[in-house]
Design a protein around this ligand. Structure first.
Ligand SMILES: [Zn+2]
Length: 330
């Protein structure tokens, strides 16, 4: 059966070439239509094992670097400009793992299309046996293949297992600490602070409780000292896959809990309003973001419906998003 939906933007009204629309082929593959993947997940796993000692991408999820040459995306140990993440099986206490790939893709599209946050380019892609995987284009190279100078917030805030123990990515700092670093290092920090605030409230709405210090980074282009927030990456409704034992978010918003937090036991509108004040996000901008969340829910729901999530996952995503909106009094 021929697919009628673009596996990158989920548009249903476009002409497709190998599952992608022209706009997405331009954005993801510089205008060159990729051939379908010529390997399946079994071969992926084999390649992954072969290449892993030389892989430079960190993280626990199974992933592989891909090069794009002569219309083919092929596993590589060096200079891969794409990352391929398949459905991960049997890792820890992960539930509903079949939905992980579609969950990440949907969460990234909400960031990009609804919240208008600079977001890493990504798509779904089929293995040769038809199983879907998540594909993302690396953003730390420019068109001339010069690598950007990138540092995550664990590095920027100088925290590590030796300073704060194994859980340092979660325990060492809060989002206010990160915002202070943005003000210090990013020259266009008025824009960056608003962007950062949107990322934090988005993570709250989509129930991503894994937005830890290493999932935010600053980078500068080659031969430049000017730092920017990198595009948004690694977004997922984690609640659907992990039985959460900890807080609602990976990091706390502030040094201390507000009185409303103490009363409710979770973050509400007041916490985000206080957070906005502390990071110097003007009230008018804060109000605009709250209005955007309110106005855009039908589009969020439309994207969820179009996504490749199972119907159980779609229901969960919608309900958890609406629950968070209620907490924010939206
Ligand atoms: Zn598209």
């Amino acid at each position: 059966m021929e697919e009628k939906i673009c596996l990158a933007c989920l548009a249903t009204d476009k002409k497709l070439k190998n599952n992608y629309c022209t706009k997405c082929i331009r954005e993801l593959f510089n205008g060159i239509t990729p051939n379908p993947l010529n390997f399946d997940k079994v071969e992926f796993t084999k390649k992954r094992a072969e290449l892993s000692p030389r892989m430079s991408i960190s993280g626990v999820q199974d992933k592989i670097s891909l090069a794009f040459e002569k219309k083919d995306l092929t596993p590589t140990a060096i200079n891969g400009k794409y990352i391929l993440k398949p459905i991960t099986k049997g890792v820890g206490q992960i539930e509903n793992e079949k939905d992980i790939v579609a969950n990440e893709h949907l969460s990234m599209l909400i960031s990009k299309n609804i919240f208008k946050i600079p977001t890493a380019s990504c798509a779904l892609i089929k293995f040769s046996d038809g199983e879907l995987a998540y594909l993302t284009k690396r953003f730390d190279y420019d068109d001339e293949k010069l690598k950007y100078d990138q540092e995550d917030f664990a590095g920027i805030l100088e925290v590590s297992p030796s300073t704060h123990g194994e859980n340092y990515k979660y325990d060492a700092c809060n989002y206010l600490d990160c915002a202070k670093m943005i003000k210090k290092h990013v020259s266009s920090n008025i824009v960056a602070i608003e962007d950062f605030f949107k990322r934090i409230i988005l993570n709250y709405l989509i129930c991503n409780s894994d937005a830890h210090l290493k999932n935010f980074s600053l980078y500068s282009k080659a031969n430049s000292n000017e730092y920017f927030l990198t595009p948004n990456y690694d977004l997922l409704n984690t609640r659907f896959h992990i039985n959460e034992k900890y807080g609602d978010m990976a990091l706390e918003l502030l040094e201390d809990y507000t009185s409303t937090y103490k009363a409710y036991g979770y973050y509400t509108y007041d916490d985000f309003e206080t957070f906005a004040k502390y990071i110097d996000l003007p009230k008018i901008r804060f109000d605009k973001i709250i209005q955007l969340i309110k106005d855009s829910y039908p589009q969020v729901e439309e994207l969820i419906n179009k996504s490749f999530l199972s119907s159980k996952a779609k229901e969960f995503y919608k309900n958890s998003y609406k629950e968070r909106m209620e907490r924010l009094k939206i």
